[in-house]
Design a protein around this ligand. Structure first.
Ligand SMILES: [Zn+2]
Length: 403
């Protein structure tokens, strides 16, 4: 497989367009600058001869490529926005040819170290693209866009390449959890699809958390502290007691792989009222219910012990594990596994310890697992792309759509 840079032209151009989304905005797209990339992509697609591509009212880019008759339509998705944690403005991609295996110094004290990132040991001799240490790279998910654009270009320039019908959608605002808000399979028209938005090309992800949030409001009983003996019920202390009633081993810092958790992500209170915001996650529906049940039990215990206190639970279900849908539509997995096998590329199934737009696509009628991009350390200045792996994914997509 080639290790050259000639398939990186789209990537290197797109990462230089700032597309950070904005979680304070109520518009779609959340930031107008995402349209700058959408227009550039549309222009590039049209240059390849696909005049049916268009940008919709939400800033999303659509393309449908007719294919051989009688086959399922396969969809691909990547997102155009970048994360909020680090700026994506003035990205200066730095190309490292024939990586030596040493630490990569991006700038003073910003080091991509092989001790921190063992995966670098597998990349000796590869071409890597890093940042200059001041911005993110935006490979999440412009590497995904680039991989899909290379597929489109291959189809445009190889007229004898026979392939299935293909539907492509580049979305906005994935990083602020709104990437699938405007997904409509009546427009996308795919039997199944793949998001190209992960890291290792050897990972296929079709399982994500089931998710709920629980807001716990604990009321106490306040009285002047000088006269409080036997009377005051301090809701802040009750909140601590409440949290201790939840399984202490089921927190993010003590769980991995397929283990779920409850996570206290904010607490705000004074003597008479304390509010705690939790998220609850599990791959297994029943186990999620068990975890939520711990909150119900804790409420009962606290209320019984302190009869002047009151615990209010507000439980909301957020998203569901797409495995539920994908297990009923096995061809989406069969197809990708066959492509890996045909190319002699090993793969493993990696559970997504979070949500993913593909889960929403799946529940909206289009089963959509996720594939990698060959990029790592997303959302930070240490983000980088492995060009060999990026190019490997182009081959995988070609194999998936090939007839
Ligand atoms: Zn992403």
């Amino acid at each position: 497989m080639d290790n050259d840079l000639n398939k990186l032209d789209y990537f290197l151009k797109y990462v230089q367009i700032d597309t950070q989304s904005d979680d304070t905005s109520l518009t779609s797209p959340s930031s107008a600058k995402q349209l700058n990339l959408a227009k550039e992509i549309l222009n590039d697609i049209k240059k390849l001869g696909f005049n049916n591509a268009y940008i919709d009212e939400f800033g999303q880019v659509h393309l449908f490529i007719e294919g051989e008759k009688g086959y399922d339509t396969i969809g691909f998705n990547a997102h155009m926005d970048t994360a909020l944690e680090v700026s994506g403005k003035d990205v200066k991609p730095n190309i490292i040819n024939n990586y030596s295996g040493q630490d990569i110094i991006l700038k003073n004290n910003v080091i991509l170290s092989k001790n921190d990132f063992h995966i670098l040991n597998d990349f000796i001799g590869d071409t890597l693209i890093t940042t200059d240490g001041t911005t993110l790279l935006g490979a999440d998910d412009k590497a995904g866009i680039s991989i899909i654009m290379n597929l489109i270009r291959y189809i445009a320039t190889n007229k004898d390449f026979k392939h299935v019908p293909i539907s492509i959608l580049f979305t906005c605002d994935e990083e602020i959890g709104r990437g699938a808000d405007h997904f409509d399979n009546k427009i996308f028209k795919a039997n199944y699809a793949y998001t190209i938005d992960g890291d290792t090309p050897y990972g296929i992800s079709y399982e994500n958390f089931n998710a709920a949030s629980v807001i716990v409001k604990i009321s106490g009983f306040n009285i002047h502290p000088g006269e409080a003996k036997g009377k005051m019920i301090n809701s802040i202390l009750l909140a601590n007691e409440f949290d201790n009633l939840l399984n202490p081993d089921e927190i993010p810092a003590k769980t991995q792989d397929y283990q779920g958790f409850h996570h206290l992500n904010s607490i705000n209170g004074e003597e008479s009222l304390t509010t705690m915001n939790y998220i609850v996650r599990d791959f297994d529906k029943e186990k999620l219910e068990e975890k939520i049940n711990q909150f119900v039990k804790a409420k009962e215990i606290v209320e019984e012990k302190y009869n002047k206190s009151h615990v209010d639970l507000n439980i909301k279900y957020q998203y569901k594990n797409m495995a539920e849908i994908i297990n009923q539509n096995k061809s989406v997995l069969d197809k990708i596994i066959k492509a890996y096998n045909n190319l002699n590329i090993p793969y493993k199934f990696i559970p997504i310890r979070g949500g993913t737009d593909g889960a929403t696509f799946s529940f909206k009628g289009c089963p959509t697992p996720n594939l990698g991009t060959g990029s790592y350390n997303h959302h930070g200045v240490l983000e980088f792309l492995n060009v060999r792996e990026h190019n490997m994914l182009i081959e995988i997509l070609k194999e998936v759509v090939k007839v």
